[in-house]
Design a protein around this ligand. Structure first.
Ligand SMILES: [Zn+2]
Length: 117
């Protein structure tokens, strides 16, 4: 008689979460370096036309905001990775309660529970 294979339901285990976070980190870093490259490209030729200058200024603001938001994302991801590494990845950074697994599944970078978010 063949022994039955126990099939466990997939759970967001810390190694899986860590792998997802590392992939997210690489993606955000990649996008950041592209934004920085765009910014450098724009900074180079000073356009003489006033209208073009205005457009460039607008683009600069868009790139600034994008870069800012990407940096915030990167910080969140790095914080979550660090918390997992020291063994408190499932704990809310504010109240210390356990972060719901479904929340972690949707938001691997979460460091706060739903109540404290
Ligand atoms: Zn909390």
């Amino acid at each position: 008689m063949a022994s039955e294979t126990m099939l466990k339901a997939p759970r967001p285990t810390q190694p899986m979460r860590l792998a997802r976070l590392i992939a997210m980190k690489e993606e955000v870093q990649d996008r950041l370096s592209r934004v920085e490259a765009d910014r450098r490209r724009q900074a180079k030729p000073p356009e003489s036309d006033a209208q073009e200058r205005a457009i460039e200024f607008e683009n600069d603001e868009v790139l600034d905001r994008l870069s800012e938001s990407l940096n915030v994302q990167l910080t969140d991801i790095l914080t979550a990775i660090r918390r997992i590494e020291v063994g408190i990845g499932n704990r809310c950074a504010v109240c210390g309660r356990r972060i719901d697994e479904r929340r972690i599944l949707v938001l691997p970078q979460a460091t706060r529970c739903r109540r404290c978010a």
